[in-house]
Design a binder for this molecule. Structure first.
Ligand SMILES: [Zn+2]
Length: 280
């Protein structure tokens, strides 16, 4: 891949010319063989940009929506670039990992194919799919607004331990009295309802409308929800407990982009928890 890139870097000028003359040329089928835009040479690349929060649809957003760039070497991203009516709009991503970078769509963004710029100034190719941006001033209220959300603990709680850190904590621990109701944070479908020696009684909900899995661990007892059950935000899913490897009653909460354990990526749930709490 990298040697292939180097071999065709000399054609960057042609690539830019073709991209200008025929934007369709820069389609996804070409992603593997055509270098990036001006300054190409870094491996930073964007496979897709999808909406993950305050969405109208997967590729339809408004200013203020959160989008996730998926691709490779995205931990190197220093800026994401949206098309604006008056020129490119550059935004600093909120979060970056090798495979994903998230950013908020800025005011003034218009429909286009966003791209990213890495710390060395290399620019990725535009995302293969167009991101449609509804202008807030002219757009009617969307029929489908962001899904209703709920804070997962329906009762007094306190933050115990955050994500990551020296023990690479895969979620956030929130302390609450054993027996406090747990509710679905987002609408979705029950994917797993199991017991495991460390997780205790745990539940995984495949969130609807976003490509994410949400996990509740250490529940008092197995959830009464059968696998396949559809839930809405606020649906009771179980109660706070201390089953499994838990020192005290708390919810160990995980948020995975993509499929939990199966190619997905656990991300810091705290921004989501804060947003859900604020919305409630
Ligand atoms: Zn934990």
């Amino acid at each position: 891949m990298s040697s292939n890139r180097r071999a065709i870097d000399t054609r960057v000028g042609l690539g830019v010319l073709l991209a200008v003359l025929a934007p369709a040329f820069a389609g996804p089928a070409r992603a593997a063989v055509v270098p990036g835009g001006v300054g190409a040479g870094g491996a930073v690349s964007v496979a897709d940009v999808i909406c993950v929060k305050q969405c109208i649809a997967v590729h339809k957003v408004r200013p203020g929506s959160t989008v996730r760039f998926r691709g490779s070497d995205l931990e190197e991203v220093s800026q994401v670039v949206f098309r604006g009516a008056g020129g490119p709009l550059k935004v600093t991503p909120m979060r970056r990992t090798e495979r994903a970078a998230t950013a908020v769509v800025p005011e003034g963004a218009v429909a286009g194919r966003p791209y990213v710029i890495d710390q060395a100034g290399h620019q990725s190719r535009p995302a293969p799919h167009k991101l449609f941006v509804l202008a807030p001033t002219t757009a009617p209220a969307p029929v489908v607004s962001s899904p209703a959300t709920a804070y997962p603990i329906a009762g007094p709680h306190e933050l115990w331990e955050g994500f990551g850190g020296t023990r690479e904590h895969g979620g956030v621990d929130v302390g609450a009295a054993c027996g406090t109701p747990l509710v679905a944070a987002l609408p979705g479908k029950v994917e797993y309802n199991k017991y495991e020696s460390r997780a205790g009684n745990y539940l995984v909900i495949d969130a609807e409308g976003v490509d994410a899995d949400i996990i509740y661990m250490h529940m008092t007892a197995p959830s009464s929800l059968k696998v396949g059950t559809l839930v809405t935000a606020g649906t009771p899913v179980g109660t706070v407990g201390d089953t499994g490897n838990a020192s005290g009653c708390h919810l160990h909460f995980e948020y995975w982009m993509g499929e939990a354990w199966l190619g997905g990526e656990a991300v810091d749930p705290l921004p989501y928890l804060k947003a859900w709490e604020a919305a409630g």
